[in-house]
Write a protein that binds this ligand. Structure first.
Ligand SMILES: NC(=O)C1=CN([C@@H]2O[C@H](COP(=O)(O)OP(=O)(O)OC[C@H]3O[C@@H](n4cnc5c(N)ncnc54)[C@H](O)[C@@H]3O)[C@@H](O)[C@H]2O)C=CC1
Ligand SMILES: O=C(O)C(=O)Cc1ccc(O)cc1
Length: 285
């Protein structure tokens, strides 16, 4: 149990964490700061936060833990603002989908790496954004990856681990570079494929008709194309190299598929689809 937690970025992920921690009795008071005053008002009215401050330094004053839950490219400027007012003993953590660039941004903002900064990433979410989409059970049974770096305080890590366990998550540690490579392939690439497929189809002449006749498979495949564009722009800018690697690898395999279709190579197609089905059936069960 901690006395006060401050949330910077009161959106879907931050709001869900606040609801979960309140339900789990992790903190006495939850203070919010967001650049969007309407988000703060809604969060207050719906009981997600206890109060808000219109100034980041006022928001973090007296906080035992501060959680950064904004799109990742906002982190550097926020840390620059907190540089002279965040107490040395306050534990700082984040929820960003990219870890290497967030650590760089924290170092750039503070002019050093605060020992009490613990980079984190919940592998749970949804395609909706904003405080209205927050839910208390979002993280239950889901993984949270922490990517501590050399010098990260063990005590701060323990506190952040307890926070996520209180929200119902299973916490794992991972090397930062490995995190960015794995998530580029398993999360960033699928989101980019879904965005590109929908954008590409919607540019076709009869796109209204195409979408009218789209079956369940289209809906399943493209749900995540309804995700927040700002968040995904930031992920692409922040994890450029790992995403480009994943895209190159995928382009190569897509080329192989085109060639098999063009050559009428049924054996190759059957082999490809059977391998994919076997892999998915195994990891989904
Ligand atoms: N959406 C998802 O499924 C998941 C998202 N994440 C990460 O969580 C973070 C937040 O994502 P969501 O909650 O989905 O987004 P969201 O759009 O629901 O919430 C972001 C909030 O940050 C605020 N904000 C933006 N710039 C700001 C700034 N400079 N100062 C203060 N507040 C600012 C916005 O007004 C908004 O209320 C992102 O870094 C994302 O990579 C992590 C796991 C899953
Ligand atoms: O909506 C979904 O299924 C997601 O995959 C959500 C998601 C988006 C970004 C993350 O960093 C983690 C989870």
């Amino acid at each position: 149990m901690i006395e006060r937690l401050t949330l910077i970025g009161v959106g879907m992920i931050g709001g869900s964490l606040a609801l979960a921690l309140r339900q789990g009795g992790f903190c006495g008071e939850i203070v919010g700061y967001d650049r969007d005053i309407q988000a703060l008002q809604k969060a207050l009215e719906s009981g997600v936060i206890d109060r808000y401050a219109e100034d980041p330094c006022a928001a973090v004053s007296g906080a035992e833990v501060v959680v950064l839950a904004t799109p990742v490219r906002a982190v550097e400027a926020i840390c620059r603002t907190l540089r002279d007012c965040l107490a040395e003993e306050t534990v700082l953590t984040d929820v960003g989908s990219v870890k290497g660039d967030v650590v760089r941004a924290v170092v750039a903002g503070f002019g050093r790496l605060p020992q009490n900064f613990v980079p984190g990433h919940p592998i749970a979410g949804k395609e909706r954004s904003g405080i209205e989409a927050a839910s208390a059970d979002l993280f239950v049974g889901r993984r949270v990856i922490l990517t501590p770096v050399a010098g990260t305080s063990a005590q701060a890590q323990r506190k952040v681990r307890l926070l996520w366990e209180c929200a119902g998550s299973v916490v794992e540690d991972m090397a930062l570079e490995h995190h960015d490579e794995v998530l580029a392939a398993t999360s960033h690439l699928p989101h980019l494929l879904a965005f590109t497929l929908v954008a590409s189809l919607s540019r076709l002449g009869e796109s209204d008709e195409i979408f009218r006749y789209a079956a369940g498979g289209f809906r399943d495949f493209t749900r995540i194309a309804s995700s927040d564009p700002i968040m995904w722009r930031d992920v692409c800018l922040s994890n450029r190299d790992a995403i480009l690697n994943a895209l190159n690898h995928f382009e190569h395999d897509l080329q192989g598929l085109s060639e098999a279709i063009a050559a009428g190579d049924g054996r190759r197609l059957l082999e490809l689809f059977s391998n994919a089905k076997r892999s998915r059936d195994r990891f989904c069960h």
